[in-house]
Design a protein around this ligand. Structure first.
Ligand SMILES: O=C(O)Cc1cc(O)ccc1O
Ligand SMILES: [Fe+2]
Length: 442
């Protein structure tokens, strides 16, 4: 695709824009004068004193430092919120039809004005919590970038590729790929038509690869398949003003400066944006009997301080073989101490015959019962079991969180996409109980 990216998860990278050889200082971070007359700026993604295994920072060598800007002032947040008390709690199963994307002929909407918060919990001030947003847009960000002081964005494009220019370089991310822009990293999004996707925002933690336990040293998302951009800069004066939008304590602020923030000529460090193609996921699944829990499909996890309990996991349901013998193969009926938000990038989800569509979503809150709809149950209870491709051509995913999430007013009401009849997909589940059943009649 003509992209230049470096491989590896959380590596120490070093990158120079090839137009400026030798721009990365050798042997030290803070030379008295940096090569090419650049400014040195550290971006810290962990407390200075974090253990080495979790310590994250990068050094950026830039034409002007980020500090040269006019004061921040509040701006409209649109449907972006961190107010989890807008509406009364609702423990119902919720499902949304595909979220509307504005037509560019009617209204120009960019990635920032197209952010809509669906649900979340916790808060950015105490640095513990999550928010789930949809982005729906049709216009590129012009002379404008975004920085999230509150947390990390895991972005899941569903329709339309997005070209993300970051302080670390550029990356193109298309549906079936995901990217992570970590706290504080400035980026701008170019779109090429009507564009939609999902965002999992995590406050106060970074995404990691899950431990593999007995799986061994390889499998699931392999570190080498994560890609980080290489240094790219523009030395561009913007007399009309370049806008920096800062999400801070759940609200948006903007400020002006007269130069492009994508002025990093060289950088090194282990705190970077990255992307991953979901096709590279090495799927592990049951090869004997029973349905394995979906944690085997975890791509990335943002751990809480409680062992084994995630602030949020990013889990996918990729194409694979289903071979389990004498087993009801689709997801089981379920009540969970975790919240389950699901989205669909393409195709069809294995637990629902219809109603869950690409670009739509569902939320099964803590201890809210859910599971296969009636058609899925009946079909799979009587199916002749043979090895079969499951989820061919599809990609569903789940943001699973230990937080009890509140839905926003937009999510419950003003998006007008809530499927009020969702509960009906289980209404026709029949009572199959046979008190005269004998083991021999199996
Ligand atoms: O609710 C869902 O559809 C997600 C899910 C999938 C699965 O295979 C097992 C449990 C589970 O919660
Ligand atoms: Fe579930």
């Amino acid at each position: 695709k003509g992209e230049i990216l470096r491989c590896g998860f959380g590596n120490e990278f070093a990158s120079e824009d090839p137009r400026c050889p030798g721009s990365l200082p050798e042997g030290q971070n803070n030379p008295q004068v940096c090569p090419y007359g650049l400014y040195a700026e550290q971006l810290s993604g962990s407390a200075f004193t974090c253990p080495r295994s979790t310590n994250k920072r990068s050094w950026l060598y830039r034409i002007l430092p980020s500090v040269r800007h006019k004061p921040f002032t509040p701006m409209s947040c649109g449907d972006l919120t961190e107010n989890w008390n807008e509406v009364e709690p609702d423990p119902n199963q919720l499902r949304w039809k595909p979220f509307n994307i504005p037509k560019s002929s009617e209204k120009k909407v960019d990635f920032i004005s197209g952010l809509h918060t669906v649900c979340g919990a916790g808060d950015s001030k105490s640095r513990n919590g999550i928010a789930i947003h949809m982005y729906t847009c049709n216009t590129s960000m012009i002379d404008k970038c975004f920085q999230n002081a509150d947390g990390d964005f895991l972005i899941v494009p569903q329709q339309g590729e997005i070209l993300i220019t970051t302080e670390f370089g550029k990356m193109m991310v298309e549906p079936n790929e995901i990217c992570v822009i970590q706290q504080g990293m400035r980026f701008s999004v170019d779109v090429f038509g009507e564009t939609r996707g999902y965002i999992l925002e995590v406050f106060g933690a970074h995404f990691e690869l899950p431990d593999l336990g007995p799986i061994g040293a390889n499998g699931l998302a392999n570190p080498r398949d994560f890609q980080t951009p290489v240094a790219w800069y523009e030395d561009r004066t913007v007399a009309t003003g370049y806008t920096i939008v800062n999400k801070y304590q759940g609200k948006l602020f903007s400020c002006q400066q007269d130069f492009s923030p994508f002025n990093v000529v060289a950088w090194h460090g282990n705190y970077t944006p990255y992307k991953y193609n979901l096709e590279n996921f090495m799927v592990i699944n049951c090869v004997a009997f029973d349905h394995a829990d979906p944690s085997i499909f975890t791509v990335l996890t943002a751990k809480s301080t409680r062992p084994g309990v995630a602030i949020a996991d990013f889990v996918i349901f990729p194409p694979r073989w289903g071979v389990a013998d004498h087993t009801f193969r689709p997801p089981y009926y379920h009540r969970n101490c975790m919240s389950e938000f699901m989205g669909l990038i393409k195709g069809h989800y294995e637990a629902k015959e219809e109603g869950f569509q690409p670009g739509g979503a569902s939320l099964h809150s803590i201890m809210t019962p859910h599971g296969p709809d009636v058609d899925c149950f009946e079909k799979n209870s009587t199916a002749v079991l043979k090895p079969e491709r499951v989820a061919e051509g599809t990609m569903a995913f789940m943001f699973e969180s230990s937080f009890s999430m509140a839905v926003t007013k937009w999510g419950l009401d003003t998006c007008h996409r809530l499927d009020k009849s969702y509960y009906k997909c289980w209404e026709a589940l029949k009572n199959h109980f046979n008190p005269n059943w004998k083991p021999s009649s199996k």
